[in-house]
Write a protein that binds this ligand. Structure first.
Ligand code: GLY
Length: 502
């Protein structure tokens, strides 16, 4: 069964159970300040659960593009993804636990054909209803495990919103895949038991302080990641071996000349490059642009991590665009926005990757030198100033420096980094105060009291005028020497301020 077939089968199955199929929404959540990116199918359902909007039907189902930032550093293993597709069925105050568990079981065993004896369930500590409904499916009592809030309470997505106890479904890949401990079971932490679905019994609205109040009506939110389920039905132990990833992995293999499946480190780098290339294609496709904050920073971090791991495969020229092209070709029939915005997506990737590539080698060299400095080598702490320099001058996201450091046993001084960031913010503020006359390269250290420079360029492009102030490295100076780089503030200027509202 292909990933495409699995997606279609799920939606058909729930349509047959009276659900209205709704299109997935953008990765940029609409009117939802609690979330950076859409992280679950329930994101667009939230206003219905909260009783703020009337749903088009009390039973809904969708396939939703999702992005989770929590696992970025785990990407490279066989199952963690940043971008994935989530299949979900939702009840807005309609059916509850009984139907949800029965239908999930029916779909997984009869339509996906997963053998019953491979399946396990987990439930919230005292949820005896869920326990009994699982027993009704035929699942033996000793395969229904109880866990606390950490494992079996879902949500809110973001800092507040709908949440509730949940039940998770696990597939046992077999003893040979796991840690081998006699105690190995779902939530063990090894690769043996894959979590293939979550059934959330939505009951509360949680506020920012953690206070919970009941939702207007108990509701249902479920999530099944296509990739993991495709791996199970295709008899694979890794999502990268499914038809959803193989063409992308093949592309990385072709570009790098490396074969997948021969060396652990190479395999892991290939997975990072593959996964991140797919993620950035979808992020840009939904309008996220690289930047130093918010979702733009997530995109930038992902793209730079992909470029860095590409280096480990010997890819030292921009290459991400090629993997993005395969992603678009492979997914455009489900997500037509990718094709519509293809040129834009590819251009942004190329520009951003080229820019980072220009400083990547120097940054990597610098980080090596830093780690080789005797005082740093002995403490194994990369100082905040250096982490900041790598960030500010070489475009290394702090997480990337951390990760490179960690791979060699170093930690980074995050507090020191934050202090440097604060100083930079102060400098930026100073430039703002300085007004539109602030033609300064490295920020202004002493604020010079100068008003906006009148623009005289409408009447001519030459002007004889007066120098009001001179700046060297952001400091106001009384004289400048030949060859020194400086900024000058003029009484009037024919130069048009290209950017900045005033
Ligand atoms: N909201 C259910 C899930 O994310 O799995």
């Amino acid at each position: 069964m292909t990933g495409d077939e699995l997606r279609a089968l799920f939606l058909e199955f729930f349509e047959g159970k009276g659900h209205k199929i709704i299109p997935g929404s953008s990765l940029i959540p609409q009117d939802d300040p609690t979330l950076l990116l859409t992280s679950a199918g329930m994101v667009q359902i939230k206003p219905y659960f909260l009783g703020e909007l009337e749903p088009p039907s009390r039973r809904l189902a969708s396939c939703q593009k999702c992005f989770r930032t929590t696992d970025i550093e785990r990407v490279g293993d066989t199952s963690h993804l940043t971008f994935f597709e989530m299949l979900g069925n939702f009840s807005v105050g309609d059916y509850f636990k009984k139907e949800t568990i029965a239908w999930a079981w029916e779909f997984i065993t009869q339509h996906l054909g997963m053998p019953e004896d491979r399946l396990w369930a987990s439930i919230f500590l005292d949820d005896d209803d869920a326990f009994n409904y699982w027993l009704d499916t035929g699942m033996p009592a000793d395969k229904i495990l109880r866990f606390g809030e950490e494992d079996n309470f879902w949500g809110p997505a973001g800092d507040s919103g709908p949440c509730g106890p949940d039940s998770e479904i696990f597939y046992d890949l077999g003893e040979e895949v796991g840690c081998g401990k006699p105690s190995c079971a779902p939530n063990c932490g090894c690769d043996r038991f894959v979590e293939i679905g979550t059934l959330v019994f939505m009951q509360f609205n949680q506020d920012k302080n953690g206070n919970r109040t009941p939702l207007p009506k108990p509701s249902i939110d479920t999530g099944m990641g296509i990739e993991r389920n495709a791996a199970v039905v295709q008899g694979k132990t890794s999502v990268y071996e499914t038809d959803l990833f193989v063409p992308l992995l093949d592309c990385v293999s072709r570009l790098s000349g490396k074969k997948y499946g021969t060396d652990n480190e190479i395999d892991s780098a290939m997975r990072v490059v593959t996964e991140h290339s797919r993620g950035i294609t979808f992020l840009i496709g939904d309008g996220v642009m690289p930047s130093n904050e918010g979702r733009g920073y997530v995109l930038r971090r992902l793209l730079r991590r992909a470029a860095l791991f590409g280096r480990r495969l010997g890819l030292d020229r921009p290459f991400l665009k090629e993997i993005a092209e395969i992603t678009i070709r492979q997914m455009e029939h489900v997500y037509p926005e990718l094709k519509q915005r293809q040129d834009f997506i590819l251009n942004i990737i190329e520009m951003e990757e080229t820019r980072f590539g220009e400083t990547l080698n120097s940054g990597l060299e610098l980080i090596e030198n830093i780690m080789a400095t005797p005082s740093i080598k002995s403490t194994k702490i990369i100082p905040g100033e250096d982490v900041f320099r790598l960030y500010d001058t070489y475009g290394f996201p702090v997480e990337l420096t951390s990760e490179i450091g960690a791979s060699r046993g170093f930690t980074v001084d995050l507090e020191g980094f934050d202090r440097e960031m604060d100083k930079q913010r102060q400098r930026a503020k100073a430039v703002q105060k300085f007004g539109s006359a602030g033609m300064v390269k490295n920020g202004v250290n002493n604020i010079v009291d100068i008003m906006t420079t009148p623009f005289v360029g409408y009447s001519g492009t030459k002007q004889r005028t007066e120098i009001l102030s001179m700046l060297v490295n952001g400091d106001s100076v009384r004289s400048i020497a030949q060859g020194q780089e400086a900024g000058i503030i003029l009484a009037e200027t024919p130069f048009y301020g290209e950017m900045g509202g005033r």
